[in-house]
Design a protein around this ligand. Structure first.
Ligand code: SF4
Length: 178
């Protein structure tokens, strides 16, 4: 099962993994604010699935649940403790679904981002996968030009690309940068 953070980031991982195994996607999405943005990103994932003939699971959108967990870390910078918690929440949900639906492996698209701590992500992913009896596929997708390749692939498919990470806090951080 491939945890998908957004459609553009999934282009390269999906193509690579599906060469060797049968892949199912999992788009968590409850970290994304506001709901209109969640809808755009979900639609983009569905568009990608349509173009690759893939299947993706879209759990219910429950932003309040994500916010309740993240609230203690509201003042954290991007890349800090809130993001570690966010990775954990997303991967935990994906692992539960993967184990329940008979998948053997778990992976994430998160490591394609040039901005994210891939050691942290793979560490959390490995721990969670082990707890659910899954094998963690600890790929660093941004290696070997993975990120620019994903930008090109997303452009070719006409996929929506966001300009902030996803949560309400990342909107504020982006606004402060402008
Ligand atoms: S900035 Fe991104 S990774 Fe960090 S908490 Fe927000 S949505 Fe999650």
């Amino acid at each position: 099962m491939l945890h998908i953070c957004c459609a553009p980031d999934a282009t390269v991982p999906w193509a690579s993994l599906s060469r060797d195994m049968s892949v199912a996607g999992y788009f968590y999405g409850s970290n994304i604010h506001p709901q209109e943005e969640y809808a755009k990103r979900r639609e983009a994932v569905a568009k990608l699935m349509g173009s690759v003939g893939g299947r993706c699971i879209y759990p219910d959108y429950l932003p309040d649940s994500w916010l309740r967990s993240a609230l203690p870390y509201a003042g954290e910078p991007e890349g800090g403790k809130r993001c570690a918690l966010c990775f954990r929440l997303q991967l935990e949900h994906a692992a539960r679904e993967a184990a329940g639906s008979g998948c053997s492996h778990l992976c994430t698209t998160l490591t394609i981002s040039p901005h994210k701590n891939v050691t942290l992500i793979n560490g959390i992913g490995n721990e969670i996968a082990e707890n659910y009896g899954l094998a963690w596929v600890g790929r660093v997708w941004r290696s070997n030009n993975g990120f620019p390749d994903s930008v090109k692939a997303a452009r070719a498919l006409g996929l929506y690309r966001q300009n902030y990470c996803g949560c309400v806090y990342s909107i504020k951080i982006k606004e402060a940068e402008i």
